[in-house]
Design a protein around this ligand. Sequence first.
Ligand code: AHR
Length: 503
Amino acid sequence: MSIKSTMLIDKNFTISAVDPRLYGSFIEHLGRAVYGGIYEPNHPTADENGFRRDALDAIRALNVPIIRYPGGNFVSGYNWEDGVGPKADRRRLLELAWWTTETNEVGTNEFADWAKLVGSEVMMAVNLGTRGIDAARNLVEYCNHPSGSYWSDLRISHGYKEPHRFKTWCLGNEMDGPWQIGAKTAVEYGRLANETAKAMRWVDPTIELVACGSSSSGMDTFAEWEATVLDLTYDQVDFLSLHTYYNNNENDSSNFLARSLDMDQFIQSVSAICDYVKAKKRSKKKLMLSLDEWNVWNSIGSSRAEERWQVAPPEFEDTYTMEDALAVGCFLITLLKHADRVKMACIAQLINVIAPIMTENGGPLWLQTTYYPYLHASLYGRGTVLQPIISSPKYDSKDFTDVPYLEAISVYNEEQGEVTIFAVNRHLSEMLELDVDVRSFGDISVMEHVVLENEDIKAVNTKSNPANVVPHNRGTAKVDGGHVKAMLTKASWNVIRLRIKNV
Ligand code: AHR
């Protein structure tokens, strides 16, 4: 049995160019993300600086454009000065966000070195929990000012003659959350963020700044928080952040796979609030969105480590299923649908902590199911997003109505002469026939049709079975008179790559 869907794409109907930073990620000093993830000096693959080469390879392959650092909740108690200078002099300190001991072996400069190795920009976050304007402006001076001032010369004395020139900076993290060290009201935060932004820009006028939105759309203060914070910061910031995590802890797969509709609504709501403030201020500036924490998070709410003050204990090491990969695929498609507004997004996080990549201390690395949709989107989702016209049968679930079985988008890469269709068949038991009208592109051919699927939607990859859920390119897509026709298997993630001839 199968159901039918159609999609029309036209190279002239565009949503927006994709900002590559849509495929960003996040590494926090949390669990084994840093220690045991990217950095483990005694690991057999470690390079001369202690970075795991197996992790470098897996992350390089993803072509991650930007990585948020050092937190997360961690940043709200972090004194960046503790993480620079000779390692032997760095202090071990109690870390209050996650109740661990931070050794400070990795800090700003090491992370900058590591990010260079994987080819990523750094999205730096400043501490607006326990600290404020002074620490933030000094950090910008330390990182970005060439030389001739106390903080820039200190960086040089630490062995970094060239400034890091970090462009993107987050003004704190989730400052509305009572769990946050130094949580604030919207007015307290808005005032502080505005003044901090001013000072940071006076040090380096080229930086871009992200103000904290709500920790999630479920917060009691959601919407009011955004409106108040933007009212107080609008002229000084470039982005507003959104954070959102989903899970299938209710074990209702149809409902879970519809959660991207919630992300869609969240983006629309926050865009509307930004535009409300824009109108109120008669501003010409359109504020962009940074979805700088999003993912499936099954262990959410399990809070901090039971035993306090361990060094890098395993935390939030979720094992992702086939259906989690489908959800991640739907989230990526949703981000692309909003590429005109969402210019940055970070899958949270990158390694070991709610992550597509897992490692064992002293042992191997393996890739989770969710690695693959992220990989495909990052590699092939660059160019211009096209506005599709889709017709698909729909279903209702516990929390959603009119959920299309087909979730799809396409990205046109004119330079490469390629169009890529990303498509999820949400149906758990039926195949979906897809017919895409591609006549506007003229003569095209199918380069490959990659599929991620598994008979068991709860199938996972583990250390002992790392290739249980991996993509294959035996998809059925073929060109048929200006149309691409494909059979999307039940509960599958599909990447149909088309070559445009005569470009
Ligand atoms: O990504 C894990 C945590 O989730 C981050 O530290 C925090 O910002 C969010 O609540």
